[in-house]
Design a protein around this ligand. Structure first.
Ligand SMILES: *[C@@H]1O[C@H](CO)[C@@H](O)[C@H](O)[C@H]1NC(C)=O
Ligand SMILES: *[C@@H]1O[C@H](CO)[C@@H](O)[C@H](O)[C@H]1NC(C)=O
Ligand SMILES: *[C@@H]1O[C@H](CO)[C@@H](O)[C@H](O)[C@H]1NC(C)=O
Ligand SMILES: *[C@@H]1O[C@H](CO)[C@@H](O)[C@H](O)[C@H]1NC(C)=O
Ligand SMILES: *[C@@H]1O[C@H](CO)[C@@H](O)[C@H](O)[C@H]1NC(C)=O
Ligand SMILES: *[C@@H]1O[C@H](CO)[C@@H](O)[C@H](O)[C@H]1NC(C)=O
Length: 249
């Protein structure tokens, strides 16, 4: 990976000793790209950024209702092209929820690969993310996997392009399987009203699924690990399939 610019930093150590460092350490940034399930208002974006500390930037570039094709028509796409010029900018890419309504898995794979290459070509380090699970259940402890075939393509594209992958579908399905249907409804965006939106997240959902993404980044993206603030209490609660008592109304 050739940095967009190259220079040596002169470090003055102790009494006048000067050493050249050929690899100046740049503080990374993260762009979160995707559909509504990634946004700050109905997805895991803000919750994830709240779990980071010390990044140069953590910027939400997700747009509700978008696919691997339509996202490119929004201003966030132009912001991506500009932001990716800064070295050490990582871009999480999570699509599928809307793609699955308008294209088949073959087309999704082609479009996701194309978009990922554009983001990489713009200078970013892409991180592919499988879709957040819909909280739809066949019975109390049996969620219905709706995104699986599309997320499998995300896994395939990551493997083909030799890029890192965050298994969010798997990890979110694992969590809600243990939690059960009843408790999983606490994360619904419209929990306080109709409580029928089993796709989008309310503030409790931002915190819990943002934590799942943060822990995945800590585990799978070594250059970003040090920027993730740990919350063992919450991570442990998720691992055993519970919601912390203080968070249940
Ligand atoms: C971030 O998320 C908000 C709410 O989801 C959205 O309105 C906004 O356009 C997004 N993009 C940026 C760059 O803030
Ligand atoms: C996907 O859709 C394209 C375009 O309609 C079509 O050519 C292709 O055969 C479809 N593939 C599958 C696996 O259905
Ligand atoms: C996804 O791929 C895995 C491994 O190849 C396979 O076991 C699984 O059945 C696939 N899931 C779907 C929903 O296609
Ligand atoms: C998916 O989750 C299961 C636990 O439910 C885990 O055993 C498995 O390793 C995960 N697979 C991937 C690809 O992350
Ligand atoms: C319900 O609404 C109240 C008041 O706006 C808010 O404090 C609370 O967090 C909401 N609960 C959920 C689960 O969204
Ligand atoms: C961990 O997360 C829980 C649930 O969101 C929160 O109440 C608690 O304050 C967090 N703890 C730390 C140390 O951030």
């Amino acid at each position: 990976m050739v940095p967009a610019f190259s220079f040596s930093v002169l470090l003055t150590i102790g009494a006048g000793f000067v050493a050249a460092s050929p690899h100046p350490k740049l503080t990374p940034s993260v762009l979160t790209i995707g559909d509504s399930t990634v946004t700050d208002t109905a997805g895991w974006g803000a919750g994830f950024c709240a779990d980071t500390k010390g990044l140069a930037n953590c910027i939400n570039l997700s747009v509700s209702g978008t696919t691997t094709v339509s996202w490119k028509t929004f201003p966030e796409y132009q912001t991506m092209l500009t932001s990716c010029k800064t070295p050490e900018t990582f871009a999480t890419i999570q699509f599928g929820h809307n793609d699955q309504k308008v294209m088949n898995t073959t087309q999704f794979a082609t479009n996701l690969e194309s978009l990922t290459k554009i983001i990489q070509g713009a200078g970013c380090k892409p991180i592919l993310v499988t879709s957040l699970a819909r909280r739809v259940f066949a019975s109390e402890y049996v969620p219905t996997d709706i995104l699986g075939p599309y997320s499998n393509e995300t896994i395939n594209v990551a493997a083909k392009l030799k890029l890192p992958l965050l298994p969010l579908l798997n990890d979110s399905l694992t969590y809600i399987t243990k939690l059960g249907k009843h408790q999983s409804m606490l994360f619904n965006w419209d929990y306080n009203t109709t409580n029928k939106d089993t796709t989008h997240l309310n503030s409790l959902g931002w915190a819990y699924f943002g934590r799942i993404v943060a822990d995945e980044v800590h585990k799978y993206i070594p250059p970003l690990s040090q920027y993730i603030v740990q919350n063992k209490t919450l991570s442990d609660a998720i691992a055993i399939g519970t919601i912390l008592p203080g968070d249940v109304a």
